[in-house]
Design a protein around this ligand. Structure first.
Ligand code: FES
Ligand code: FES
Length: 163
């Protein structure tokens, strides 16, 4: 099938990618750009393992064609750590609070938490649970993910206050 050239900014890097109209964004990210952090956990748009941040929104990249992302700015989990290799506060909090086990949901969960904390920097427990309700986890029972998001919320707001 004929390919279309699309422009993307992924984790700060501008690039052009040739995609078929039927290519799902998750497949373009994983197979063409080799950003294999985002995962595929379902084929019905429920699990959220494929979540990336696209133009300031959490998007399930299994439910978007790559051509629809033409011109978009995308952050994947690979773009979260700082340039010097230190972890982003959300990544650090997931480690500290044991918010992951198999790690398969984690890239999507972290990308969702990233956007959630920009939408609502100091969420209540209920708001966190509702805010990540598009992301399924089969391992943790969610409790430690909630604690991780709470910890990240505190760290990030202290950072903002100190600036
Ligand atoms: S792979 Fe399950 S929602 Fe995208
Ligand atoms: S840590 Fe295994 S699915 Fe969430």
């Amino acid at each position: 099938m004929a390919k279309t050239l699309i422009k993307l900014t992924v984790n700060g890097d501008e690039m052009e990618v040739a995609v078929e109209p039927r290519d799902l964004l998750i497949h373009t990210l994983r197979e063409q750009l080799e950003l294999t952090g985002a995962h595929i956990g379902c084929d019905t748009s429920h699990c959220g393992a494929c979540t990336v941040d696209l133009d300031g929104r959490s998007v399930k990249s299994c439910t978007m064609f790559a051509v629809q992302a033409d011109g978009a700015e995308i952050t994947t989990v690979e773009g979260m750590a700082h340039a010097d290799g230190t972890l982003h506060a959300i990544q650090e909090a997931f480690r500290e609070m044991h918010g992951l086990q198999c790690g398969f949901c984690t890239p999507g969960m972290i990308m969702r938490a990233h956007r959630l904390l920009q939408e609502n920097p100091m969420p209540t427990e209920d708001e966190i649970r509702w805010g990540i309700s598009g992301n399924l986890c089969r391992c943790t029972g969610y409790q430690n993910i909630v604690k991780a998001v709470q910890m990240a919320s505190e760290t990030l707001s202290q950072k903002v206050a100190a600036e």
